[in-house]
Design a protein around this ligand. Structure first.
Ligand SMILES: [Zn+2]
Length: 415
């Protein structure tokens, strides 16, 4: 196997000496691990951080799952890879569409590049919608690539996933899509894969079901982090280098007094100011799995008729209580490194304790059993960036991003 460093999307990556396991803990606001360690329930992680590196990084805004997972596995921002939400207004069709289709991903992943250069790679996700994006371009006939989700772990095939009989391998039943077990299954699979296949690169990406429901330090949150601590210990014991980050953070977005969601209903505001349906508010957090957030997040984009005074409208929107910033397409795409053709005329971001909605009737909150916690804005941008080994001096300088994780893990760790 050639050990020449690879260049992927303009960044160079050296080959790992030991298997590298990169973990994306969905919705892991830094306080989750901090509080769990303070409570003494993550003994392995506590030791790992003492011997390794405990850094913080900024994720991509919109601080949503897909834009960030794709940034992490490509090492570049959405302006380069193209995935800027779960849900967009397709510029070609004018239709509101899910962005799960791999056709929207414009570049190769780091996993694909290592695979094509002779390496072995494994991708395990919670939800299948993400698996198809993350596994794009992998040749499952080579015997060196596999990608599957715990959601559809009973439906894997060699042709589609590069592996068979996952349930047998993991020794667990298919978890519910709304459960902590959906994420636990990923780590259990990761341990088995490390034992049996020892891939050069493994990417494990969980779901934020727990973080949407439970605040840092709470029992519900801590028990989830206890579970992860146990699996990270096993991965470490098997000789893997471990790198951990999050796709985004998570904040409470409700009134503390009555637990009701705090929401700026932007379509209502626009209809009131401009006339019914003149503006079109798109919430890229929207997806079929709305139970834990009711499609309420910290980021919305607005399509407006030509000739609208965008700058003036931004000023008016910024004056609404609960709005952190309103930006024109050009301002937002420059600041957040987004593809302008896939973003509306305005980008609106709410403050930490408030969400952006369209209109009350368009959000099904019946599945929200706990007060709303969500993400999407600038206030959920800070995430952990953790390595089981110390980073080389200097590599921790400057603004770190969650999508620097492969770069640091492969190029800048001390052995
Ligand atoms: Zn997420």
């Amino acid at each position: 196997m050639s050990k020449t460093p690879l260049t992927v999307n303009g960044r160079e990556y050296t080959w790992p000496e030991n298997p590298l396991v990169v973990v994306c803990v969905d919705g892991s606001q830094p306080a989750y691990i901090e509080e769990a360690i303070k409570a003494g329930v993550m003994p392995f992680t506590q030791k790992m951080l003492a011997n390794g590196s405990d850094l913080r990084a900024d994720c991509v805004v919109p601080s949503f799952t897909n834009p960030n997972n794709l940034s992490i596995v490509t090492g570049c921002p959405p302006a380069v890879h193209g995935i800027c939400g779960n849900f967009i207004l397709d510029p070609d069709s004018g239709e509101e569409v899910m962005m799960n289709d791999p056709k929207y991903l414009r570049v190769d992943t780091i996993m694909k590049s290592f695979h094509d250069a002779g390496g072995s790679v494994a991708v395990v996700t919670a939800k299948d919608k993400l698996r198809t994006l993350l596994g794009k371009g992998l040749d499952f006939t080579s015997g060196r690539a596999l990608a599957f989700s715990s959601e559809k772990s009973d439906q894997v095939t060699l042709a589609e996933n590069g592996i068979e009989n996952v349930l047998e391998m993991v020794g667990k039943p298919v978890p519910s899509v709304y459960s902590a077990e959906l994420s636990e299954f990923i780590f259990a699979a990761g341990v088995k894969l490390l034992e049996s296949r020892r891939p050069d690169l493994m990417y494990l990406s969980t779901t934020d079901y727990v973080q949407h429901k439970h605040a840092p330090g709470s029992e519900g949150a801590n028990s989830f982090y206890v579970m992860m601590d146990g699996y990270w210990k096993q991965l470490d014991a098997l000789g893997a280098t471990i790198a951990i980050t999050a796709d985004h953070g998570m904040n409470a977005k409700h009134n503390t007094a009555d637990g009701q969601p705090k929401v700026v209903y932007l379509q209502e505001v626009m209809d009131d100011w401009l006339g019914e349906g003149v503006a079109r508010v798109i919430l890229p957090i929207t997806d079929p799995y709305v139970v834990h957030h009711g499609a309420l997040g910290g980021y919305g984009t607005v399509y407006l008729p030509e000739g609208t005074d965008m700058v003036d409208l931004c000023k008016k929107i910024e004056a609404i209580e609960g709005v952190e910033v309103a930006l024109t397409n050009a301002e937002a795409c420059e600041r957040f490194e987004l593809p302008p053709e896939l973003v509306g005329d305005l980008v609106i971001i709410s403050v930490a304790d408030t969400a952006i909605g369209t209109a009350p009737a368009r959000h099904d909150l019946s599945g929200l059993n706990e007060p709303l916690r969500s993400h999407g804005g600038i206030s959920e941008q800070r995430v952990p960036l953790i390595f089981s080994k110390p980073v080389t001096p200097g590599a921790e300088q400057g603004r770190l991003r969650n999508f620097d994780i492969f770069n640091i893990a492969l190029n800048h760790l001390q052995s």
